[in-house]
Design a binder for this molecule. Structure first.
Ligand code: ADQ
Length: 468
């Protein structure tokens, strides 16, 4: 098996990661895969330059080689803030009301994908496996093919795949999806997103999908499959037992003085359903006067994509909502919502999860959602908290022993909070044990192995085995 060439919008290496969550399970897993297979992680440096030169900044950190390029301000505006985060992200999260179509975004997206291809091309050796990540880089595989790359190239999409009728509202959608069929493997998070993708290629492109979900396209066979991503269970459960975690746990517990804690941890993003979550908590407090002053919601939400207007808007909405709810339910010695806009080191986060009686994970739409899995991994199995999980997160297909909710229904979530807080220890333990088994088994290393196996083509049914 050749080396791995991982390509994503940004790269994340151990020494470069800050406390803001960049060093999540995915970065840890990709770093360990790169150490095992050898190879390079390529992406944008996050820096802007006057004029694009394609200069590669190569670095070696803890056994992993990274190569990064700087982009022009116009690239960042049109590709990152534009097509990726104003067009594809909202569309893929079913928010066509927030989706902006602008020809310049489309052109910037293609230009940057070309720049990525030009820059990474000389780094690719003959038998390397090329693994492209996420919605920023959907056409990259096809551009590499045009440049003559014959290697196995795979894509993994971390977001949902939208229903065909929503995707059809995107100008040039056919061209975008056709470009994806130049990959050998297309990985999605869940069977739901996979089915949506296959529906599109059948209905909009008239292609045949085989029983093994492979697609015949221009004489080639493309494998499309669900590879549900997990967390680095070993790393995270270890972090949860560390001194740092214990101190964080104690600090949070002491600060609430015997009250129940509900926790939410999300990037500040409209897809995460934070407004609806706050409303649900408020409804719970109104519906249960006996709980007045007895439960606290800790919402940790580091800001993201602050140059995009819809993110500025959600931030303002949440600030207003928090003020409003706290004004209505607070007392001289008590504030019901603690809303914190910053990141925390992972061990501290693990301590906070462990201290919380309820994990509230209620996105309106989410590719997978790793916070749900982290919450489960951080619990004390002898006295675990309860996970409340949106039915619209990819994780819900796997974590069936959570309390599944419709995050749009404020009443339903409010009732479920009450149920979670009243749940007897026996039921909490039973549910947690089932959740933990799944989080442990389907961890990020499992995901990685399955994907690399499919990409390397040694699996049964993959195109590399085809004799014709
Ligand atoms: P995200 O939308 O970022 O990821 P998620 O899967 O929840 O969502 O991962 C967020 C990560 O950031 C978690 O590891 C979490 O611990 C960390 N994080 C969040 N807030 C933090 C804070 N304040 N401090 C420190 N760390 C914090 C996208 C998709 C998801 C998919 C992942 C992985 O949107 O659906 O699960 O990629 O494929």
């Amino acid at each position: 098996m050749g080396r791995l060439i991982v390509i994503s919008n940004r790269v994340s290496v151990p020494s470069a990661a800050g406390a803001a969550g960049a060093q999540g399970g995915l970065a840890v897993a990709l770093n360990s895969a790169l150490r095992e297979h050898g190879g390079i992680w390529f992406g944008w440096s996050g820096q802007e330059t006057e004029e694009f030169t394609g200069h590669l900044d190569m670095q070696r950190n803890e056994g992993v080689t990274t190569a990064t390029i700087d982009l022009e301000a116009q690239d960042v505006e049109e590709y990152y803030n534009g097509y990726a985060n104003r067009t594809l992200w909202p569309l893929f999260h079913y928010r066509i009301d927030l989706t902006e179509y602008d020809r310049n975004f489309g052109e910037g997206y293609e230009r940057v994908n070309e720049r990525f291809a030009d820059s990474v091309y000389p780094l690719i050796a003959d038998d390397d496996l090329v693994w492209v990540h996420d919605y920023h880089l959907l056409p990259l595989g096809s551009i590499l093919r045009r440049k003559g790359i014959k290697n196995r190239i795979g894509l993994f999409l971390h977001t949902p795949w939208p229903p065909t009728r929503l995707l059809a509202s995107l100008p040039f959608h056919e061209r975008l999806v056709a470009s994806m069929l130049e990959y050998d493997v297309i990985g999605l998070q869940t069977t739901e997103w996979l089915e949506s993708f296959l529906h599109y290629v059948q209905k909009e492109m008239g292609l045949t999908v085989n029983l093994d979900n492979s697609i015949e396209y221009q004489g080639r066979r493309v494998i499309a499959r669900a590879f549900p991503i997990g967390i680095d269970y070993a790393e995270f459960s270890q972090a949860a037992k560390s001194e740092v975690a214990k101190e964080a746990h104690q600090r949070l517990r002491d600060s609430v003085r015997g009250r129940k804690i509900l926790i939410g941890v999300d990037r500040l993003d409209y897809s995460k359903g934070l407004g609806e979550r706050f409303e649900s908590f408020s409804r719970f407090l109104s519906d249960h006067p006996d709980m007045a002053g007895k439960a606290v919601l800790l919402q940790i939400a580091p800001p993201s994509r602050g140059d995009v207007e819809s993110y500025q808007q959600i931030r303002e909405d949440l600030e207003r909502k928090t003020g409003h709810i706290n004004g209505a339910h607070a007392n001289v010695d008590f504030v019901p919502i603690r809303y914190v806009n910053r990141g925390y080191p992972r061990a501290e986060l693990a301590g906070f999860y462990r201290a919380a009686n309820v994990g509230l994970v209620t996105p309106l739409r989410d590719g997978m959602n790793l916070v749900a899995k982290e919450y489960v991994a951080a619990q004390d199995p002898e006295d675990p908290g309860v996970l409340i999980l949106s039915q619209f997160a990819g994780a819900a297909t796997q974590l069936k022993d959570a309390l599944l909710v419709n995050p749009h229904s404020v009443e339903h979530v409010a009732e479920t909070i009450s149920r979670a807080l009243d749940m007897p220890l026996k039921e909490r333990k039973r549910r947690h044990a089932a959740l933990l088994a799944s989080v442990k088994e389907m961890d990020v290393l499992h995901w990685l192995k399955q994907y690399v196996l499919a990409l390397s083509g040694v699996e049964k049914g993959s195109s590399a085995l085809k004799s014709d």
